[in-house]
Design a binder for this molecule. Structure first.
Ligand code: NAG
Ligand code: NAG
Ligand code: NAG
Ligand code: NAG
Ligand code: NAG
Ligand code: NAG
Ligand code: NAG
Ligand code: NAG
Length: 548
């Protein structure tokens, strides 16, 4: 029972609700959520359950009736150029509430502006700002920042409720990259009022990005010293720069700008110049390199020095032994302070000085060893521990008379007859002496090979001469007899003869002794036998022979 009572009440309420409203007055507006372009126009249809005459539209915009039905009225609302767009349809003397609508007014941006972007250094952050003016409704706006084709930022404004046109600013930090060079930044807007309105897209003008990579300091290649009046090539290098061809150089030396050539090789930009100065002292060489927003400089101090020209004078470059020769060293031309002068030869320093008078002297009493001796006049300058020098050299000629010794002219020679030998004899002396040898008053051709004979044996007189005197020397030549076959045969014959002689003498002595014994035997007996006469002849012969 309780359950059927509740059902009854619900059914009653439901009936009363339907009946009541169905029979009640109403006002309707169409379209319900219109979208219109700013300044545009819109048709609004108001309908109600009353006569059309009683239907009206309340709006701030200009309106005109463009159609009337039995219970409706159509209006054309024009020049919708305000943001207070609330409009309502009403029916006079009706108990129904007026029907209200809010017109969405859209407006594509009046302008889109990108803030200028400075030249950028690779690796640094930069603030990119896009400003969109006069756009509505901001709630439906999307702003996109593009770097080339790449979207770097997409921004929406869904929390924005203000219908009026306004400006938005979006900003984004972008870290500059090397390959951003010459890429274009654009700001895109898209106003999406679909489905009841359009999708409107706009793009700002593009800005080119100029990114520069210049992290490393430039390098200056130049010598530390420059001799006054000479030229020196210098190079300023900017390594690992990008874009290298954009590097701008500026070179100065001694307060004056230099003219230079620039070259680019890969990531290396360099400038070449030639420097020169006539003013002695330290001068600054400055290279300034600019690449986009970055400027770097490098400085080097170049010392310009002046070394005077050394002048060597030898009193007389040709001297005779024992003569005093003055050697002078002098300096000509401008000089850096503190230079030194020296006179030296290959072995040692002969004279030196910190010379203010630009003059140094050394006297030499010439000896024959001084012939061809080289004298050097040198000027030196020491700057920061580095020594610069310049020198001039000259040789001395010393004349002297001939001198012969055992080496140049040996005094004894022992030769074998039959061999081919050369008698040599020379002499020291300047100019080189002429050597002549004589034997037995006749000149002998020295220095020429000769077939040696017994006649070569003897003493030779050699005389070396030049215009500064002479030297005489005796040379003894011993010639040994030849050791030929005939020689040996002769020797054997001599030995044989000697043996025969000795044998003969021995025989004769023994014979004499026999005769003596015989005579002693015969003395007692008769002498003058024929045999005795024979023996007497033999004795005479032997005596004769013994007498030989
Ligand atoms: C206005 O609305 C009524 C009722 O909805 C309709 O019958 C009529 O055709 C509409 N008029 C126009 C011009 O759309
Ligand atoms: C945006 O585009 C619309 C047409 O789509 C144009 O009427 C308007 O002038 C443009 N706005 C800008 C700022 O370029
Ligand atoms: C970036 O630029 C915008 C607009 O000029 C400015 O409001 C913002 O403070 C800047 N941001 C930085 C970090 O500088
Ligand atoms: C920048 O790029 C454009 C083409 O994208 C090219 O024509 C122009 O020469 C480039 N400029 C420089 C400075 O590299
Ligand atoms: C620059 O280059 C030209 C031609 O190659 C050359 O004649 C000139 O000496 C160079 N100048 C310098 C300062 O190197
Ligand atoms: C070189 O650079 C330094 C800083 O690195 C600067 O103080 C100096 O003024 C610069 N010199 C010149 C000649 O540009
Ligand atoms: C060498 O120099 C000294 C002093 O300067 C001078 O007296 C002398 O005459 C000079 N000798 C010669 C050979 O020139
Ligand atoms: C050596 O020669 C020189 C010059 O010809 C001469 O004057 C000198 O008397 C000669 N000496 C001898 C020992 O022959």
């Amino acid at each position: 029972m309780q359950r059927s009572f509740v059902f009854f009440l619900v059914a009653l309420g439901s009936w009363a609700f339907e009946k009541g409203f169905a029979e009640e007055d109403f006002v309707r507006i169409w379209p319900e959520n219109p979208v219109v372009q700013f300044g545009g126009s819109l048709q609004i249809n108001c309908s109600a359950n009353t006569e059309a005459d009683a239907i009206g539209l309340e709006t701030v915009f200009r309106k005109e009736i463009i159609g009337t039905g039995s219970n409706w009225k159509a209006f054309l609302v024009t020049n919708i150029n305000d943001w207070n767009t609330n409009s309502l349809c009403y029916a006079e003397e009706s108990r129904a509430k007026p029907a209200k609508t809010t017109i969405t007014v859209y407006k594509s941006p009046a302008s889109i502006e990108l803030d200028p972007i400075p030249e950028m250094e690779v690796g640094k952050l930069y603030n990119f700002t896009c400003r969109v003016f006069g756009v509505a409704p901001i709630h439906d706006l999307t702003v996109t920042l593009l770097k080339g084709e790449e979207q770097v930022l997409v921004k929406t404004f869904q929390d924005h409720t203000e219908p009026a046109a306004g400006a938005v600013v979006v900003n984004h930090h972008i870290r500059a990259e090397q390959n951003d060079y010459n890429k274009t930044i654009t700001c895109q807007t898209s106003l999406d009022v679909r489905p009841r309105g359009p999708l409107l897209k706009n793009t700002s003008h593009g800005i080119s990005l100029w990114t520069f990579d210049f992290a490393k300091a430039p390098l200056l290649h130049a010598g530390l010293f420059l001799e006054a009046g000479t030229l020196m090539k210098v190079t300023c290098d900017a390594p690992e720069v990008s874009p290298a061809k954009e590097a701008v150089f500026d070179l100065w030396f001694a307060g004056k700008p230099l003219t230079f050539n620039t070259t680019v090789m890969g990531g290396l930009a360099s400038a070449q110049a030639v420097i020169a100065s006539s003013s002695v002292g330290d001068h600054e060489l400055i290279c300034t390199v600019s690449l986009g927003p970055v400027t770097k400089n490098v400085t080097k101090t170049v010392n310009v020095f002046a070394l005077p020209k050394p002048i060597l004078q030898i009193g007389s470059s040709e001297a005779v032994v024992g003569q005093t020769v003055n050697i002078t060293c002098s300096a000509d031309g401008s000089a850096s302070p503190g230079f030194k002068m020296q006179i030296k030869d290959a072995a040692k320093i002969l004279a030196s000085g910190n010379v203010d008078e630009h003059f140094l002297q050394h006297a030499v009493i010439t000896q024959q060893e001084d012939n061809e001796r080289e004298f050097i006049c040198q000027v030196t300058l020491t700057i920061d521990g580095h020594t610069k020098e310049r020198s001039m050299s000259q040789k001395l000629t010393v004349f002297y008379g001939p001198q012969m010794d055992d080496f140049s002219c040996p005094q004894t020679w022992t030769w074998k007859a039959g061999s081919t030998m050369t008698l040599t004899c020379s002499a020291l002396g300047n100019p080189p002496p002429t050597v002549q040898c004589w034997k037995d008053g006749r000149p002998y051709n020295i220095g020429k090979p000769q077939l040696i004979q017994i006649e070569h044996d003897g003493i030779y007189q050699c005389n070396a001469t030049n215009q500064y005197g002479f030297d005489v020397r005796d040379v003894t030549v011993h010639v040994e007899p030849p050791q030929s076959i005939g020689h040996i045969i002769g020797y054997i014959l001599a030995v044989a003869l000697f043996i025969a002689l000795v044998a003969g003498v021995v025989y004769w002595i023994s014979y004499k002794q026999k005769i003596g014994i015989y005579r002693l035997r015969q003395q007692g007996k008769q002498q003058q036998s024929p045999k005795a006469a024979e023996n007497s002849v033999e004795q005479k012969f032997l005596n004769g022979k013994a007498n030989v």
